[in-house]
Structures are given as C-alpha cells and as structure tokens.
Design a protein. Structure first.
Length: 427
C-alpha cells in the first residue's frame, strides 16, 4: 500500500468518525435550544457553558468505535456536569444513551452490566444536585426526571448487550457451519482419494503379479502387463491431482470441476489396448472429465485385462446426467469392480445401468467361478453409502441367493449435492 493510499484511507476513516459526531452535535444543540425556549424557571437558562458542554458531548461520539469506555466516561462527566448545573433536561441526555448503548454493543456483558447501574447512579445523583440547587421542582417533576434518566441508561445498555449477544450467536453459528462444511469436504475428499488410489493399486497389484509370473516364459505378455501398470499409474495420478485440485480451487474453478473439466494429458482409461502408447503429460494439455460414466468402457476394459469377465448393459439416456450423479454412478461401479478383483477371484460380472424417469439404477452382480469369495468389508462401501445418501439415493450390498455379490443403488437424477464446495467451506 502506497503512502497516498494510506493517506486516503486515513482521511476516509477520519470522515467516517467525525461526520456522525458533527451531526449528533448539531442535533444536541438544536434540540436543546428548542426545549430551552419552552421551559420556564427554575431551569437554568442556556449560556456559553451549556453550549460548550453540548459541543463536547457531540464531539466525544467520534471515539465510539475505538474506546467505548472512554466515550462513556467523557459523556458521563459532561452530561452529569450539565445536569448538576441545572440546564434543561432533554436531548442532551441522548449523549449518555449513545454511550451506554455503545458499551453494551462492543464490550463484554459483564462490563456492560456494571457500567449501566454505575451511570444510573451518577446521573440520578447529578439530578439530585440540580434539585438541591433549586433548578428542578420537587414532587412528580423530580420523580419523572429521575425515572427518565434511569430509563435512558438502562434501556440502551440492555439493547446494546442483546444486539451483541445476537451477533455473537450468529458468528458462532456461522463458524459451526463453516466447520461442518470443511468436515464434509474432508470426508468427500477422503472418499475420492480412496476410490482413486484403492482401485489403481488393486489393478497395479494384479498386473504386477501377472508380469512376475510370465516374465521368463512369455516376456511379451509381461510387457503388456507392465504397460498396463504404467497406464493405470498415470491415470490414477491424473485423477488424484484433479481430485486434490478441488481443495485448492476457488468457487469458479470448483464449478468447472463439478462440470467435469480438469487439465490432464489425456484419457489413460480408454478402450484401446493397454499396449498402446499412453499419452504423456504436457503443458497446455486438453481438458478432460474428472470422471464419469463416459469413462466406464475404459474401466471395464482394464478390469477385463485382469482376468475378470465383465458384461455391461445400459438402458435409457446416460449422457445428460447431472455431474454429481454421473460421478457417483461411476464410483459405485468402480468400487464394486475393485472389490471383485480383491475378493471374488476369477468371476463373471454383470454391470447394469438403467435410467428411467427421474432415477438412475446402478446394479453390479458378480458370480464367482472359483467359490463364494471373501465377504466385502472396509471403507469403500461405507463411503459409497455416504455419497449416495448425500444425493438422496439408496444403496444396498450383500450376497445373492444363488451365490456371488450384488451392489445396487438408486440415484435421483435431479440430485445436486455431492461435489465439495471449497469456496463455501472457506467462507
């Protein structure tokens, strides 16, 4: 910030502080002058001292944002002196009301609870001095003056304290909401990382085992397996980078990711043979979907290379799904196929996607050919249930009566709540 900017900023702050003080001072002077014309003795007529006190009371308002207690002390000193000297009651006491309201608004409730009664005692004592000097009539006139002074202090300080408590409660609620959003984003990021890394490592492990097994006897098949490992690694790395970008992006970039665009080298999970050269990362590479059902053929081809037969059946329009539903459907299929690779051994898998009305059904059923396999446990299905629940859908997973395992999910096509919003979480 340059010195000119600092000077300009300081000037604006000075005007913001001085202008309310000037306006308030004019109100005190004009209002008190009008009241004084209608008042009759024994009130002391306004003179130079009275006007000077009113000017000081108005000017003290300038420090209200920086020193509430100093403002209160100054106003109490000025107005109690004004009252004790017998000058007319009325608008002058508004200076005290503003001061105690500021204390209630800006300081802790304990401080305000002490300041209010203390100011009431001081101001009523000043009124009593004015009465003793003969400037205030006794009887109901004195009672009305004392009650007016009490209300003019206690009501503003109470209003200020209540407004402060309301602001504090709102700030706490906003902070809790921010924490909740951050926690939700963290859990979603954890799910994404689990899905990307878990599937990639499972495929890499299987291809590595194949490569080691056939390295000496069939080196060309080992080369195919190693190429598949490389492609899977590049693909998983690109997808992981895209996922982590959600935590660094602002709202505009988050919307771009939600729409399905992240910069990577190319789609390593296409339907081409794994021996084909994988695209290399380079600056200015074209943007590709973060993930979605459009990449399902590549995922299935990858699983087939691991020795698992996969049959894909689709019904309905799957190209116009919301990005969140598209992502969730892909993750469901990916997690189910990953679990098949991990737990079912050689298997036949049927993947069915059906878009009907306002719902998308995703169903994956495997039929192990070498036994019942191992029951599926862990974080994957739990994360899928959380993801689907956020979209308002349902997910069930369990053994089939005829053997094997079934994962079935119904997703509302109109759902829009699954992707994280890092911008909202940072607010």
């Amino acid at each position: 910030m340059t010195w000119r900017s600092r000077v300009r900023r300081a000037a604006l702050v000075a005007v913001a502080d001085a202008l309310p003080a000037l306006v308030f001072g004019v109100i005190l002077l004009v209002g008190t002058s009008n009241i004084a014309r209608e008042q009759v003795p024994p009130a002391h007529p306004l003179d130079t001292t009275a006007y000077a006190l009113l000017v000081l009371a108005g000017g003290a308002i300038a420090v209200r944002r920086y020193a509430p207690l100093l403002l209160l002390a100054a106003e109490m000193s000025i107005i109690s002196t004004y009252t004790a000297l017998g000058y007319p009651h009325g608008p002058a006491n508004l200076a005290v009301a503003v001061a105690v309201f500021t204390v209630g608004l800006r300081l802790a409730p304990r401080t305000a609870s002490r300041a209010g009664p203390a100011c009431a005692v001081i101001l009523t004592s000043a009124a009593a001095v004015s009465y003793a000097r003969g400037y205030v009539d006794g009887g109901w006139r004195l009672v009305s003056v004392l009650l007016g002074d009490l209300l003019l202090i206690l009501v503003p300080v109470l209003l200020g304290a209540l407004l402060r408590l309301s602001r504090v409660a709102s700030a706490r609620a906003e902070e809790e909401e921010t924490r909740r959003r951050i926690e939700q984003m963290r859990l979603r990021m954890a799910r994404e990382v689990h899905d990307v890394v878990g599937h990639g490592l499972s495929v890499i492990s299987l291809h590595a085992a194949v490569a080691l097994h056939v390295l000496d006897r069939r080196p060309e098949q080992a080369q195919v397996a190693l190429e598949a490992i490389r492609r899977t690694s590049v693909d998983a790395l690109n997808e992981l980078r895209a996922t982590l970008a959600l935590t660094r992006a602002g709202s505009e970039h988050a919307d771009t990711l939600a729409a399905g665009a992240v910069p990577v080298a190319g789609d390593a999970r296409d339907s081409s043979p794994p021996a084909a050269a994988a695209p290399q990362e380079r600056p200015g590479a074209p943007r590709m979907p973060l993930t979605g059902l459009s990449r399902l053929p590549g995922l299935i081809a990858e699983v087939r290379l691991c020795g698992t037969a996969v049959d894909l059946v689709t019904d309905g329009e799957l190209t116009e799904l919301p990005a969140e539903v598209d992502l969730a459907a892909y993750r469901i299929v990916q997690e189910a196929l990953t679990n098949v690779l991990r737990h079912a051994g050689p298997a036949e898998v049927r993947v069915a996607l059906t878009a009907a009305g306002d719902h998308l059904r995703v169903e994956i059923v495997d039929s192990p050919v070498a036994g019942p396999g191992t029951p599926v446990t862990g974080h994957g299905l739990r994360g899928l249930r959380e993801r689907v629940a956020e979209l308002g859908g349902t997910l069930t997973a369990g053994p089939c009566p005829q053997g094997g395992w079934r994962v079935r999910s119904d997703l509302p096509i109109g759902a829009t709540a699954a992707l994280p919003d890092p911008a909202g979480a940072a607010r």
